[in-house]
Design a protein around this ligand. Structure first.
Ligand SMILES: [Zn+2]
Length: 374
């Protein structure tokens, strides 16, 4: 077939020669690319030729790694190959069809999982399988394989697996963002896109910087106009905060600032400022966890300190007094609500009752409720 030649390789399992088809230069022309870099081509489809399968023993691998098989991987693989032998292997000609391509890539994927291959390769194969389904307009299977792909890509990112130099950390981050967006998981998509945007310029390729910015923009527009998930999430937080302030007889500029901060977190603009926060932290901030804790602890007690907080909390008569944001730790026994990290230790008279992130006085800060014993 035009555009293809064969090269002999040795199967690392059965040691037979295998005719491996390879693409000549110019075997295909890229007409366009999807946002996840999937190419639409005229000529030979390169995705059909990513994998190789040994017609003798059924060993399958990526063409680029066909002859690489470590002894411990071979050990893991042998029972699977023995089973395959019983069911017979599929004979595949040099000129491959869509069905051949799917069969080979599914075999490679299965064997790489058994071998415990590195997560980047598994993600890459899953993504190529998803692409095959996309080319057939089989949306359901495409989504299934995109999900597998992003799961492995996340593992690859977390374990800093060896990545192709053409991709790098930024490229992988971008792919994760794009796949999440294709799966309708927009919040994760936004976070990953902004992660790439915020990587130092010298650590990423111009292409991925640009693609991530475009994706980020699109997602923000969608986010504003409404994927259900994001709209629900946004309105829940908004109405919670609103009803809290209203129940306290207050609707101040603090509300707007909080919305702005939470909103910015979601869109990624403010990520650098907040990027040490986990999702749970942000939820704690949005639900005013610190205020609920403070209300519980201070119930019935005398209050001292910050005038704004005194207005929000019911005043009681019980000792010890609850000090709200004092400049210094009190000398007598007390309960203290503070944004300064308290000195605690083996012999300390200070015990932390609660700590976490909270929105207070226009910013997000670490807040503590401590008990002082004298
Ligand atoms: Zn073989």
């Amino acid at each position: 077939m035009e555009g293809i030649y064969t090269k002999k390789m040795v199967c690392p399992v059965c040691k037979q020669d295998v005719d491996v088809p390879r693409l000549k230069h110019g075997a295909y022309t890229i007409i366009s690319r999807d946002s996840d870099l999937h190419p639409w081509v005229s000529g030979v489809n390169p995705t059909y030729y990513l994998g190789v399968i040994c017609p003798n023993c059924g060993y399958a691998a990526l063409e680029s790694h066909f002859e690489e098989l470590k002894p411990d991987e071979l050990k893991k693989l042998l029972p699977l190959l023995a089973k395959k032998r019983l069911t017979g292997t599929k004979s595949i000609t040099v000129e491959r069809t869509w069905d051949d391509a799917l069969f080979i890539l599914l075999s490679v994927y299965e064997q790489y999982e058994v071998r415990g291959s590195d997560p980047y390769n598994l993600g890459y194969i899953a993504q190529n399988i998803a692409w095959l389904y996309r080319e057939k307009k089989d949306n359901e299977n495409e989504q299934t394989w995109l999900q597998k792909s992003v799961d492995y890509y996340l593992q690859a990112y977390e374990t800093s697996a060896d990545l192709p130099s053409t991709l790098g950390e930024a490229g992988l981050g971008y792919l994760i963002a794009d796949i999440y967006s294709r799966l309708g998981q927009y919040r994760d998509a936004l976070q990953w896109a902004s992660r790439v945007v915020q990587m130092p310029k010298n650590r990423k390729k111009v292409l991925f910087d640009q693609l991530s910015r475009e994706l980020w923009q699109n997602l923000r527009e969608n986010y504003k106009s409404g994927s259900n998930e994001e709209v629900n999430w946004n309105t829940t937080i908004r109405s919670e905060i609103q009803s809290f302030f209203q129940s306290e007889g207050l609707l101040t500029s603090t509300f707007d600032k909080l919305i702005k901060n939470i909103g910015l977190w979601a869109s990624g603009e403010n990520l650098q400022y907040l990027d040490h926060l986990k999702k749970e932290d942000v939820e704690a901030i949005a639900s005013f966890e610190w205020f609920d804790q403070l209300k519980d602890v201070s119930k019935g007690h005398k209050l001292e300190g910050d005038a704004f907080l005194i207005k929000l909390l019911p005043m009681g008569t019980e000792e010890p007094t609850v000090y709200l944001l004092p400049d210094a730790m009190p000398d007598s026994s007390a309960i203290v609500f503070t944004n300064k990290e308290p000195a605690t230790g083996m012999n300390s008279s200070v015990r932390v009752l609660w700590h976490g992130y909270g929105f207070l006085k226009g910013t997000i800060q670490t807040l503590y409720i401590v008990e002082v014993r004298k």
